[in-house]
Design a protein around this ligand. Structure first.
Ligand code: GRF
Length: 203
């Protein structure tokens, strides 16, 4: 059997997907280990969860932009991930667009979870976009990350119905329940070699 897949997780927010993945790892459902939890926001709850769990963390220094990191800050983040030995990067609510300093060294080894059935409803607050569009179902997607916005190759999706009395909050909560199943399942399959990697794969 391979050694556990070393994973770095990047997030900017609550970290519920990180908790779902870490929980599945701890239960032995995913043959992986979290080697780094990184955030662009020092106050992000995901960092506090990681610290409580005794996992290594990395916080990017504050930069000038909200939607991307400055090249030297992203280079620092990439260096920390490389040093951690991560073979896979999981974006779990990471709110910045990735640029070449991170995309190039980890090409084909970065995945993201997005709260819609891509290619529908790319971008922010996808559950609100779905509600406003009046679609009968939406869902979540795990996909490989490339230089497009939410446009990399899709790995797997889970559908979620939109109910007549849904609010943005209730729909988002139901999508998140699906995310918490989908993300650990995909990482488990990647770690076990049951689904192909986009790039050179684990090293
Ligand atoms: C999730 O809905 C994910 O799809 C999106 O950001 C949210 C992160 O939530 N990319 P959390 O921080 O994992 O709770």
């Amino acid at each position: 059997m391979n050694p556990p897949l070393p994973i770095a997780i990047l997030g900017s927010g609550r970290g519920s997907n990180f908790l779902a993945l870490a929980g599945a790892i701890n239960k032995g459902e995913v043959h992986a280990r979290v080697v780094l939890v990184a955030s662009d926001l020092a106050q992000a709850p995901i960092l506090q969860h990681a610290t409580t769990m005794g996992l290594p963390t990395y916080t990017c220094p504050p930069g000038r932009f909200k939607t991307k990191l400055e090249p030297e800050i992203e280079t620092g983040l990439a260096g920390a991930i490389q040093q951690s030995g991560a073979a896979l990067i999981v974006l779990a609510g990471y709110m910045r667009v990735l640029k070449p300093p991170l995309l190039q060294p980890f090409s084909g080894r970065i995945l993201n979870i997005h709260p819609s059935l891509l290619p529908a409803f790319k971008g922010l607050e996808a559950w609100k976009q779905a509600l406003e569009a009046g679609v009968p179902e939406t869902g979540c997607t795990v996909h490989w990350v490339d230089d497009s916005l939410d446009g990399g190759p899709i790995i797997r999706q889970e559908k979620v119905p939109v109910l007549p009395d849904d609010t943005a909050a209730s729909l988002h909560a139901r999508i998140q329940e699906a995310e918490h199943r989908l993300l650990p399942a995909v990482v488990a399959d990647l770690a076990a070699g049951r689904i192909p990697w986009a790039g050179p794969g684990r090293f």
